[in-house]
Design a protein around this ligand. Structure first.
Ligand SMILES: N[C@@H](CCC(=O)N[C@@H](CS)C(=O)NCC(=O)O)C(=O)O
Length: 375
């Protein structure tokens, strides 16, 4: 660290005034779109830095990884992983809150997070990489953000490969699009009466949904037309998430209620996403039965496993991170008092989401620094 006219400086990070967070992100980055609105909702000053070669060097040195987003705090700590970033922003600046404290709304918010992060990534990647027009625009957008088109093209190649590994193949295109169109229709109905997913103010659920909605579908060439034609209220929700007016927020629905329009959305999660998430978790557990010892850092992929997307058989890579995400929501459920769990069970009964809470993983994955580790 050196002193500059602005104050403290993170080695390699361009000067920034004291008191500001540095946010390494990009407009077309799924997880940047999830975390960025939280700063604005909470009015936490930050400066967004482009994903240039210099920025990647800082990220790698500070975290060992080059994930977007990566955050450097005013105290010069590095934060990576949007789930941890949102937890820490909530602890640092509790108002307005993003994490409901009432049982049903709290669990539903975490459900939306795992749905968006682990499942909607599939249609997010599909609409970007399965259409030549979308792909061409994304490659140019990546190059524009980094200023290094060749390196961005190599990253694009890797992400296109990753898309296949999560199940974006020609055989699944129709079911992925059917899921997305149902989701958009149900969101339109919801946003007709509610400004945000849980009522009068945004939450973790809204932040997570911004990953696919803004970074991919709103910006990518082909889905951007779909959204503007079919989902005008969702488009306005996207704009309001990116440009929130905290003074205009109301409150989440009274008495821990969910809007009636949330029910079909939860049914979509239970029908299509929960089975895919549980297939991954079971495959991670099988791998762990044979290979895991406490303290082991799992590789990022544990091979491939069979799953089904909307009834279509597909091979997907086995991601240990998914087990970490599942424990994130299961731990919240386990921490509820019996009456709270009963209220959640009643709210989710018949949606298909119950299956997630009925599953008790045999293994647990935690974190050591920025690395996953078998507990
Ligand atoms: N779980 C991480 C995921 C972050 C992530 O995958 N970011 C993407 C961009 S949206 C990335 O940097 N990918 C590059 C890579 O996978 O190496 C989070 O929530 O922050």
């Amino acid at each position: 660290l050196t002193q500059t006219p602005f104050g403290r400086r993170t080695a390699g990070v361009p000067d920034h005034p004291p008191g500001l967070f540095v946010f390494f992100g990009a407009e077309s980055s799924y997880f940047s779109a999830k975390a960025r609105p939280a700063f604005r909702i909470k009015r936490i000053p930050f400066e967004e830095h482009l994903p240039t070669a210099d920025a990647y060097a800082v990220m790698r040195r500070r975290t060992g990884y080059t994930f977007l987003p990566t955050v450097i705090t005013p105290e010069d700590d590095a934060w990576q992983d949007t789930s941890d970033i949102l937890d820490r922003l909530e602890a640092r600046q509790p108002a307005p809150p993003l994490f409901p404290t009432t049982p049903v709304q709290r669990i539903v918010a975490y459900l939306w997070e795992i749905y968006a992060d682990e499942f909607l990534l599939i249609p997010g990647l599909h609409y970007r990489w399965s259409f030549p027009e979308s792909e061409a625009k994304a490659r140019r957008d990546f190059g524009a953000a980094s200023g290094a088109p060749e390196r961005s093209n190599a990253l694009a190649d890797a992400i296109k490969q990753f898309a296949r590994a999560v199940g974006v193949v020609p055989e699944t295109a129709a079911v992925i699009e059917a899921h997305t169109e149902r989701l958009l229709a149900r969101l339109e109905a919801h946003f007709d009466t509610e400004p945000w997913l849980l009522g009068g103010q945004p939450s973790l659920a809204d932040c997570a949904l911004m990953g696919p909605m803004y970074a991919h579908w709103y910006l990518d060439a082909v889905p951007s037309r779909l959204l503007r034609e079919r989902a005008p209220r969702s488009c306005h929700w996207i704009e309001r998430m990116n440009h929130p007016n905290p003074d205009a927020f109301g409150a989440w629905l009274a008495d821990d209620a969910l809007a009636p329009t949330m029910r079909p959305l939860l049914e979509g999660i239970g029908r299509d996403a929960v089975p895919v998430i549980l297939d991954t978790v079971r495959a991670v557990e099988e791998w762990a039965d044979a290979h895991a010892t406490p303290g082991l850092n799992p590789p990022r992929a544990l091979g491939m496993h069979a799953s089904t997307l909307g009834g279509v058989a597909v091979q997907r890579y086995t991601s240990p991170y998914t087990l970490w995400m599942v424990h994130r929501v299961l731990d919240q459920y386990a921490a509820l008092a019996p009456a709270g769990r009963a209220a959640v069970d009643a709210a989710l009964a018949g949606t298909g989401c119950e299956a997630l809470f009925a599953h008790q993983p045999r293994h647990r994955i935690g974190k050591r620094g920025f690395d996953l580790v078998f507990a």
